[in-house]
Ligand binder design. Structure first.
Ligand code: IPM
Ligand code: MG
Length: 401
């Protein structure tokens, strides 16, 4: 008998509970329905979640742009907006919950959600140790695919990351075990269903867009069981897509190849377990111009959530300059939302107008302070650009210069 018989018994019990929860989740995955078909929906509810810090300021601008582009269908009642206020760190701390129950109920009344940044408590910052609202929402609404596009046209880079969003190290991320003072254990999870649906989503996308290449990234040479399963599943699914080429890389060399100017253009669609996706997408976004420039879709079969992947910048609020925060990243996320619910023309228009306002014409400059424009001034400029009947021409003239 070891000296730690009691600790081991307790750990076994806790581990048993985790297994129960994960197996329950698998049962739900088995019953999952197909993706919502928005074209056949009479009513679409868009939830607007301000979040923390600058969140409510920039989200307001994004909502304004959405209302502008969807005006007709808002009037017809096909599009409804639902503002959800309770996802703030104060309210979450008060309920000691990553997502308070009433807020979760409100979220579930929406089809798609546009979300501002939310504060993730970390040790020593004075907030209770609650789970990140993002991670909790991904789990609660089963938003299993984190899709992050990164493009650098002048270098021929056009990557789309399909990051698995509910499993891996995140599945029980807040429920690891301190066995003794000396030994701490975390768990990483892969399921048949969870791996299959993200890999299939990546292959479907690669086929549909004609990109025809999927790169699978794991560390299956070391994390043999879970990453091994992910990679095996990918090889199996690849056989169903003869037009789509598949290659596989380990995450370490992948992080290196992403900054290799000779090789990196070759990657198109990348599919990867949660934590590797978290890391690699930050690296990729930084190349595009900073982590704040990338948009991110958290997509499930029923719900989808769209967010900017920058933080809530509490300092800007403290210093009274939140109105100068740059809303373009969350507006880009709003564009992805439009695409997702079937308003593809509006999404394309927005993408062009954003490129004109932020990259080319730049009549309004944001500096984050009163030396530059406010977020509202930027979105007014964007709306003027969207109204321009020659928007297409203007965009073309810039990209062919
Ligand atoms: C992201 C973020 C989150 C993650 C944090 C805020 C928990 O880094 O969306 O990539 O790790 O997934
Ligand atoms: Mg991240």
């Amino acid at each position: 008998m070891s000296n730690y018989a009691k600790e081991i018994e307790e750990a076994k019990e806790a581990f048993g509970d985790l297994l129960e929860q994960q197996l329950e989740r698998v049962e739900l995955l088995k019953q999952e329905e197909d993706f919502t078909d928005f074209n056949n929906k009479d009513e679409i509810v868009i939830g607007i979640v301000g979040g923390d810090g600058i969140g409510p300021y920039i989200t307001k601008e994004a909502e304004d742009i959405l209302r502008f582009l969807l005006d007709e269908d808002v009037k017809k009642g096909r599009i409804k907006f639902k503002e959800i206020d309770g996802l703030t760190i104060e309210n979450r701390a008060e309920h000691n919950k990553a997502i308070p129950d009433d807020v979760l109920e409100e979220l579930k009344e929406c089809d798609v959600i546009l979300k501002g940044p939310t504060t993730t408590p970390r040790e020593g910052d004075g907030w209770p140790n609650i789970e990140s609202a993002n991670v909790a929402m991904r789990k609660a609404l089963d938003l299993f695919a984190n899709v992050r596009p990164v493009s650098i046209p002048e270098e021929g880079i056009d990557w789309t990351f399909y990051r698995e969003n509910t499993e891996g190290g995140y599945a029980v991320g807040s429920n690891g075990l301190h066995i003794t003072d000396d030994l701490a254990i975390d768990f990483t999870v892969a399921t048949e269903q969870g791996s299959e649906r993200i890999i299939r989503a990546a292959f479907d996308y690669a086929q549909k867009t004609g990109k025809n290449k999927v790169t699978v990234v794991t560390k299956a040479n070391v994390i043999k069981t879970t990453d091994g399963k992910f990679l095996e599943k990918a090889k199996e699914i690849a056989k169903e897509y003869p037009d789509v080429e598949m290659d596989d890389w380990y995450i370490d060399i992948m992080t290196a190849k992403l900054i290799d100017p000779k090789r990196r253009k070759e990657f198109k669609v990348l599919v990867l377990p949660n934590l590797y996706g978290d890391i690699l997408t930050d690296e990729a976004a930084e190349m595009q111009g900073g982590v704040g420039t990338a948009g991110s879709i958290n997509m499930g079969k029923k719900y989808a959530m769209f967010e900017a992947i920058h933080g809530s910048a509490p300092r800007m609020v403290e210093e009274g300059r939140a109105q100068y925060a740059d809303p373009s990243s969350i507006i880009r996320a709003a564009g992805m939302l439009l695409d997702h619910i079937g308003y593809n023309k509006e999404a394309e228009k927005l993408q062009k107008a954003l490129a004109i306002c932020s990259n080319f014409e730049k009549k309004v400059e944001l500096t984050g302070r009163d030396t530059g424009a406010t977020g509202t001034e930027f979105s007014e400029y964007l709306k003027e650009t969207l109204k321009d009947p020659d928007l297409d021409q203007k965009y073309k003239s810039y990209i062919t210069e």
